[in-house]
Ligand binder design. Structure first.
Ligand code: C5P
Length: 222
């Protein structure tokens, strides 16, 4: 039974670079709800492990590390042991590390309470891979947001370029394909579209259309 069953949750799951984070944040802003970027938690575990020289394949050590994390979120920034890490967790390397540490059951278990704690009034929009299937199974609205891997690669490529960073289309494509496979094929909380989730394919639509789709679907439930 969830700790706060009366507080509404909108769960948005989907593969890497599908735009779900941006859509989830905008929906949360529009509704005045809280926002949980659950991927950031796995990224933080990967970064903390790197800093403490724990390898990303050591399930038990990573589980203990995840349990003991001292994280805070303030004004859109992320702090680990009071050090600002917002930019550090967003690198491609830490994204890859996140998908490696996320396969371990002890890590997923350690992050569960942390995620449930985001469910506070007036409501929550949560994005990730297992928001609908595991973490918030009683979510009022469940969305599976995806786009073709080519379009996702293109978006990630432009995003990196616009930040003045190095971007190699073929490398990004290969990396996304590898991450899709790892996220969908793992035994612990794999990425799936639950039967009660609405499919939102953004291959041919922009962010605003995706946000409107979610808001309209949510309004219909009221
Ligand atoms: O969403 P983002 O790309 O930041 O997530 C990084 C990685 O964390 C994903 O590739 C996935 O392996 C993992 N993750 C997860 N479950 C979630 C959110 C993210 O396994 N709910």
């Amino acid at each position: 039974m969830p700790a706060n069953p009366n507080i509404p949750v909108i769960a948005i799951d989907g593969p890497s670079a599908s735009g779900k984070g941006t859509v989830a944040q905008l929906v949360a802003d529009k509704l005045g709800y809280h926002y949980l970027d659950s991927g950031a938690l796995y990224r933080i575990v990967a970064l903390a492990a790197q800093q403490q020289q724990v390898i990303w394949s050591n399930a038990q050590a990573l589980g203990a590390l995840a349990k003991a994390l001292n994280i805070s979120f303030k004004d859109g920034e992320i702090y680990l042991n009071d050090a600002l890490i917002t930019e550090l967790v967003r690198t491609e390397e830490i994204g890859r590390g996140a998908s490696e540490v996320a396969v371990h059951t002890p890590v997923r278990a350690a992050l569960l309470d942390l995620q449930h704690n985001f469910r506070t009034p007036p409501g929550l929009v949560a994005d990730g891979r297992d928001m609908a299937s595991v973490v918030f199974t009683d979510a009022k609205l469940k969305i599976y947001l995806t786009a073709s891997v080519e379009v996702r690669t293109e978006r990630r490529y432009k995003q990196l370029k616009s930040k003045g960073l190095n971007a190699d289309y073929d490398k990004i494509l290969a990396d996304l394909q590898q991450r899709d496979l790892r996220d969908s094929a793992r035994s612990a909380s794999p990425l799936i579209q639950t039967p009660d989730a609405l499919l939102l394919d953004t291959t041919q639509c922009d962010i605003q259309q995706a946000v409107d789709f979610v808001l309209i679907a949510y309004k219909k439930l009221a």
